[in-house]
Design a protein around this ligand. Sequence first.
Ligand SMILES: Nc1ncnc2c1ncn2[C@@H]1O[C@H](COP(=O)(O)OP(=O)(O)OP(=O)(O)O)[C@@H](O)[C@H]1O
Ligand SMILES: [Mg+2]
Length: 314
Amino acid sequence: MDLAITPIFSGPGTMTVFFVAVASMFAHAKRITKSMNEVFASLGAAKRVFEVFDLEPEAPDPPGAVPFDGLAESIEIENVTFDYGVGEGPALDGVNLVIKRGERVALVGPSGAGKSTLLDLLARFHSPNSGRILVDGHPIEQLRRGDWLAKVAMVPQDPFLFQVSIRDNVRYGRPDAEDEEVMDACRAAQLGDFVDSLPEGLDTQVGEAGTRLSGGQAQRVTIARAFMQSADLLLLDEATSALDSEAERKVQAALANLMEGRTVVAIAHRLGTVRGSDRIVVLEGGRVVEIGSHEALLEGGGNYSRMWALQTGD
Ligand SMILES: Nc1ncnc2c1ncn2[C@@H]1O[C@H](COP(=O)(O)OP(=O)(O)OP(=O)(O)O)[C@@H](O)[C@H]1O
Ligand SMILES: [Mg+2]
């Protein structure tokens, strides 16, 4: 989905808040067809984008907000329940999970299990209705919002690009970046050859007015954008739409680069991509039903092993 927006951002903090908010809005807008209630929920998200946009970066912080400069130990999700207030029951229901610094956690489970909602809570789009999320012991709401979002990079389920140049699409991750840095991010995202092959290079306009990117290329632009941020927590929401195997291979290679040295929470639909995770968390109906390594979960013979058998035919 494309959106024409002129960049008029006042600083990296505002920028990141805005970018992440737009990502969330689009993630939620896709549900518009589901029900009228969800339309209102999506409108709420749209409204929030503009609220966020009008705010000074420091404005939403509570008095005494804690500065944040990167994860020292862990994120503890304690008995978290979150209800959008429109569906049958809560989207997340008593979720407990500890994510250690440097760990790679995969979230798997059926559609509607609450996987994206959990990432949204980590990105602070929503706050839990009950329970809490502690970041190195501090409730997440008490961290300076700009500080937190500067350290969190999100690669959303549906890549979205602005109708601006490739350069500006990538630079949303860091508006003051030099061309050389933008190219480095593109190369790390397996997009270097593609950009080099374009007559106008980084100046190439994307979207309706310019070059239409393939699904895999669009995803790699959002990955390059995440590279521009010096984020240390990565929230990845794997695309549900299948790419052809060559495009998929490039996206996976780009993600492997991006995950290097970072704490990662990654939603995976294709289980082949989760094997390398330190831990796999299986969500179902808003609850954590299994946690373990790939091998342990296969041995356990539970939901994960059934999902694995279904997908691989083993
Ligand atoms: N913005 C929203 N407004 C209202 N309900 C929502 C919203 N987003 C998600 N939900 C509901 O919350 C539940 C969890 O949704 P979520 O998007 O977290 O699932 P998911 O595990 O990411 O699914 P998928 O694999 O299809 O992406 C679902 O019942 C969904 O309909
Ligand atoms: Mg999802």
